[in-house]
Design a protein around this ligand. Sequence first.
Ligand SMILES: [Zn+2]
Ligand SMILES: [Zn+2]
Length: 131
Amino acid sequence: METAPNALIVPTVHGTTFMVKMPTYEGRDPCFQEEPWCVHCHSRPASGLLCCSRCRTAWYCNNDCQKSHYKAGHKTICLEVARDLKAVEREAVRLRNFRFQNLFETHVTNFSEVQETKEYMTARWGLMETY
Ligand SMILES: [Zn+2]
Ligand SMILES: [Zn+2]
């Protein structure tokens, strides 16, 4: 089994371990920026990995791996991440159209202090905590 440089071995209470990907996200879309591997069987085919379309955080080598992983517990985190992603997107759209000005551009330096950005920041925090 190949271990990626950004992998972290996490021990569980059952005495087993599992591997998680450390975040390397720097671009706009993790689906394209990372060099992922299958989160279920940990194999890393040269190409053709599938990304979970709902949460966009998990990669699979095929549908079987995705199904097994979903049943094994991905379902919970997947729904939470997807819900927070939606909240962030919804608030971002609102802020971009806020009184015909884009708060992302006009309030860059004090973004977190603007009352109108509160919902967006809350949604982002929620998203961060689900990861
Ligand atoms: Zn797999
Ligand atoms: Zn998912």
